[in-house]
Structures are given as structure tokens and as C-alpha cells.
Design a protein around this ligand. Sequence first.
Ligand SMILES: N[C@@H](CCC(=O)N[C@@H](CS)C(=O)NCC(=O)O)C(=O)O
Length: 214
Amino acid sequence: MIKIHGTSISNYYSTAKCALVEKGIKFEEVSVFPSREPAVLASSPMGKVPWIEVDGKVLSEVNAIFDYLEDIHPTPPLYPTDAWARAKTKEIIRIIELYLDAQARRHIAAVYFGGDVDPVAFEQVRPALENGLLALSNVAKYGPYIAGDQFTYADIVAYFQIGFTNMHTQKIYDWDIVAADPALKDYIAMLNERPGIAAVAGVMRSDMAKFAAR
Ligand SMILES: N[C@@H](CCC(=O)N[C@@H](CS)C(=O)NCC(=O)O)C(=O)O
């Protein structure tokens, strides 16, 4: 059985876990925090979570995990079969990861760990996110899913990474990026109703609340 390693308070862990749930693949969860410990680096070259373990072999990076899951378990498909549509789906994923999540993540010390807000990041992140959100609005189809009429990995990425980004923008800038965009707001509300997403997000939120209260 596939094992997924990481922590339920991680948006990336929740992304990979949700992909397994949506695929209907049985899995086992192994709780571990990201770190530079040799044992973690042996499984995840950057010390990040998640990674999956299959028959003693390990694979990190959610996009590599998506590709593997799609190959071993094609039904239900979570990428379009058409080559162009699949590439456009991956384009949306990269825009969300690089220009939203990675930018917001610069405030993670302040948002997750009670650190001070980095003044350089404070100045730089908001305009970077404005560019990322403009890019997203140019590629998102909301038809009703983000890449068109099919639910894909891009919807899972959008749900968890935009939620993560929004947590940061609300806390640091008092800026709710979802409420500010009616199309994005309706889309996230639709995904909230999806059983696979709701189940994984529910665990993530309740475990985050416990983590914050620790
Ligand atoms: N590019 C990685 C991103 C994973 C990631 O950033 N995970 C976070 C937790 S949400 C992490 O492990 N952070 C610790 C670190 O960056 O050192 C992926 O696609 O899996």
C-alpha cells in the first residue's frame, strides 16, 4: 500500500493526500515534519513534505506524485487526456505554486510560527501576489472547474494553495484574496462542497487549530 509521509497541517501534504482520496487509492499516513535531518533528506531531497513511499521506494514533489498516480491509476482521470488541455492544466498549477504559494510562503514564520513580519517581504510580497492573481484570472476558466469542465489536479492545487495564500494575506495585509474576487469566491465555495476536498481540508483545519493553540 502507498504510504504518504508528512504532516496534516501542510497544504502540500493535503494536496497529495487529496489526490489519493480523489483517485480512490488506499493509503497509509506517516506523520513527519519537514526537516534537514538525514533520515528526512534521504526520502525528500529538499527536506520538504510530502513524499510517498511505494514498495520501499520514495518520491517527493507533488507534481511528480500526480504524474505517477495518473500512470498507475488512470481512472478517474485527474488530468485531461488531450495533450494541449493537459499542458494548460499544468500551466495553471505552476502559476498557483510559483506566483501565489511561493510568494505568500515568505511570511510563513510570522503566520505559522509567531515570528516577526519581515519588512522586506512585507513590501515585496503584496505586489508579487497581485501579479500572480492577475495571471490566475487570465488562465482560470471556472467552467466550472479551474481548467474547464473536468475536475483535475489543478483544482486540488488551487484549493489548498490559494487557501494557504489567503491565510497569509489576511493575517499580514488584512486582504482576503478570495472574498475580493467573486468568481474565485464562488469557485472555492463549490470546492468546499466536494466530499474528497472537504474530508482532507477538515482534518487540515482541525489539526492546524491544535497546532496554533499548542
Ligand atoms: N515543491 C514542493 C513543495 C512542498 C512544500 O513546500 N512543503 C512544505 C510544507 S507545506 C515544507 O515541507 N516546508 C518546509 C521547507 O520548505 O523547508 C512540492 O511540490 O511538494
